[in-house]
Design a protein around this ligand. Structure first.
Ligand code: UT7
Length: 326
């Protein structure tokens, strides 16, 4: 039976580092509060000339290099982002052009922080069906452009970055074992950007009201994230007849260290089986999982045959899991 295997990963973060101490000079906050409540110490901020496609391009070059696949051989590019370069064309099309991936079909998907796993699931279908051979899946975000830098309840959380993976079919035991996706639009007002779309098109008024910035009910989102991610992890393990203790590395969405620790505790997973880089990047939404996956690879945290559970949660609400045999 045909499976989908990740054959190369790459990531890119912008050079500029914004520390909690820098934020102390911008809003009424403290390094101590941010570390204690979120686990974040610093995050990266894109340069003035950098957009999502630029970050995606750098991450993709690295993933292509790691995989040994040439851009001209990529059949499909799926890019997950909440911060596209522009409403259209898709950031995936802009990336396709930059990579000179001439034969690739390219499109974006919008699933907020769950975007990378959603994109992975689409790629998985196309590969399992035999439609496409090589697929590039990317999560890229410049959240600093949609962050209200005067709102201390959100501006300390987010950062910019991109991660990418090249996928190919496999006929052995290595590859994606299962992906489970979930959505609940009834909870759309917990985490959203009200302005700039067809509901509230950009105007002087929407800008004055700050409707083009991320709004989040942090506390409610936190509780639902912990509950849903625990349930999703149990769904992934039960449906594959394994126990949480069989997981070699858990790669969760990096939104809040306390959320990550709470899920690990509920699953009885020790923290040395959990990949954490939120301290350095904050929440990079759709880029969070692929950056973490790439760092896990480059730090030698994954060996052939390891069982990895990736989990994401974000605006929509959306949440998802992917169980992978490395
Ligand atoms: O990726 C998408 C999914 N996102 C998430 O899963 C994020 C989920 N939410 C969270 O991570 C947390 O809810 C936050 C980190 C956003 C907030 O932490 P919290 O422990 O839930 O704090 P809170 O919102 O209950 O606020 C506690 C206090 C409040 O003060 P009062 O009302 O108790 O006086 C806030 O005003 O902390 C205050 N506060 C801050 N103080 C210093 C809120 N933000 C800050 C800040 N610095 N940056």
């Amino acid at each position: 039976m045909r499976k989908t295997r990740i054959i190369g990963t790459g990531s890119y973060v912008p050079k500029m580092v914004l520390t909690n101490f820098d934020l102390e000079n911008m809003v009424d906050t403290s390094d101590e509060w941010i570390i204690e409540r979120t686990g974040i110490r610093e995050r990266r901020i894109a340069g003035k000339d950098e957009a999502s496609s630029d970050l995606a391009y750098e991450a993709s070059l690295r993933a292509l290099k790691a995989s040994g696949v040439k851009a001209k051989d990529i059949d499909l590019i799926i890019l997950a982002t909440t911060t596209p370069d522009m409403a259209f064309p898709s950031t995936a099309c802009i990336l396709q052009d930059r990579l000179n991936a001439r034969k690739a079909v390219a499109f974006d998907i919008s699933a907020a922080c769950s975007g990378f796993i959603y994109a992975l699931s689409i790629a998985d279908q196309f590969i399992k069906e035999g439609t496409y051979k090589f697929v590039l899946v990317v999560g890229s975000e410049v959240l600093s452009r949609i962050t209200d830098w005067s709102d201390r309840t959100t501006c300390v959380l987010f950062g910019d970055g991109a991660g990418a993976a090249v996928l190919q079919s496999s006929t052995n035991r290595h590859g994606i074992i299962s992906i489970h996706l979930h959505s609940d639009g009834a909870l759309k007002d917990l985490l959203f950007i009200p302005g700039g779309g067809s509901r509230n098109p950009a105007s002087k008024k929407t800008i004055e009201k700050g409707l083009h910035y991320i709004k989040m009910k942090g506390n409610e989102t936190f509780k639902i994230a912990v509950r849903n991610l625990e349930e999703a992890a149990l769904e992934a393990t039960k449906s594959n007849n394994i126990n949480a203790s069989d997981i070699d590395l858990f790669i969760p969405h990096q939104a809040n260290l306390r959320i990550i620790q709470a899920i690990a505790k509920r699953l009885d997973l020790s923290m040395d089986k959990v990949f954490v880089n939120i301290d350095r990047y904050g929440n990079t939404s759709a880029a969070s999982i692929p950056i973490a996956l790439d760092e896990a690879v480059s730090e030698g945290r994954l060996k052939e045959g390891d069982l990895i559970l990736m989990e994401a949660f974000g605006g929509g609400l959306t949440w998802a899991s992917a169980l992978v045999r490395w």
